[in-house]
Design a protein around this ligand. Structure first.
Ligand code: ITT
Length: 194
C-alpha cells in the first residue's frame, strides 16, 4: 500500500499519522473528499465514533479507510472531557475555551492524573474490519507550556517526562503518544494483510 485515506478533518492528526507511517505511505484526509461534509459523531464511546467516521467515508470510496477518534480523560473529572474533548466548552467552542474550562474545573484539585486515548478504526466498503486502541498516561498542569502539538498538548505532561507534549519534540510525542501506540498496532495488522 502506498497511500492511505484517513477520515479526519483535523490536519494535526493527518500530520502526526504521516510522520508515524513515514514517507513510503502518502496520507490523504478529508480535504481530498469535500463531498463528505460534517459527520455526526453521536456514539457514546471512542470506538463507536471512530467506527461512524470510518464506515461513513468507506461507503464513498473503494479504498481502505482509517479513522481516529481521540480525547483526553481526566481522573478527577470522571473521565471528562473524554469523547467530548473537541467540544468540551460547547458545540462551537474553540480549543482556547476548552482548555480554559478544563483548568477551571481542575482548580484546587490535587489529583492531576489523566490519559490521552486514541481509537483507530479501519473500514472497507462500509464494514469495520479492525479497531485499535492506544493510551498515554500523564498529568495536567496548571498553565499552558509550549507551542508545539495541538489541542490539549500544552497542558499535558506524559509520565516519565518533565515537559508537555507541546514542548517535547514532535518525534518524541509521535513515539509515545496514544496515537503512536494505536498506530503501531495498525501497522502490525497492515503488515499481515496481503
Ligand atoms: P475528526 O473527527 O475530523 O478526526 P476532531 O478534532 O473533531 O477531528 P475528535 O472528534 O477525535 O477529532 O476529537 C479529538 C479532540 O481531542 C481534539 O480536537 C483535541 O482537542 C483532543 N486530542 C486528541 N488527540 C490529541 C493530541 O494528540 N493532543 C492534544 N489533544 C488531542
Amino acid at each position: 500500500m502506498n497511500s492511505l485515506l484517513v477520515a479526519t478533518a483535523n490536519a494535526h492528526k493527518t500530520e502526526e499519522i504521516q510522520k508515524i507511517l513515514g514517507p513510503e505511505i502518502s496520507v490523504q484526509d478529508l480535504r481530498t473528499l469535500p463531498e463528505v461534509g460534517d459527520i455526526v459523531e453521536d456514539a457514546l464511546t471512542f470506538e463507536g465514533n471512530a467506527n461512524i467516521k470510518s464506515v461513513t467515508v468507506s461507503n464513498l470510496t473503494p479504498d481502505l479507510v482509517l479513522s481516529d477518534d481521540s480525547g483526553l480523560c481526566v481522573e478527577a473529572l470522571a473521565g471528562a472531557p473524554g469523547i467530548r474533548s473537541a467540544r468540551y466548552a460547547g458545540d462551537d467552542a474553540t480549543m482556547e475555551e476548552n482548555k480554559a474550562l478544563l483548568l477551571q474545573n481542575l482548580k484546587g484539585e490535587s489529583d492531576r492524573r489523566a490519559a490521552f486515548v486514541c481509537v483507530l478504526s479501519v473500514a472497507r466498503k462500509g464494514e469495520v474490519v479492525a479497531t485499535f486502541r492506544g493510551e498515554c498516561a500523564g498529568k495536567i498542569i496548571d498553565a499552558e507550556q509550549g507551542e508545539g502539538g495541538f489541542g490539549y498538548d500544552p497542558l499535558f505532561i506524559p509520565d516519565g517526562y518533565t515537559e508537555t507534549f507541546a514542548e517535547l519534540p514532535a518525534e518524541v510525542k509521535n513515539g509515545i503518544s496514544h496515537r503512536a501506540v494505536a498506530m503501531q498496532q495498525f501497522q502490525a495488522w497492515l503488515s499481515l494483510q496481503s
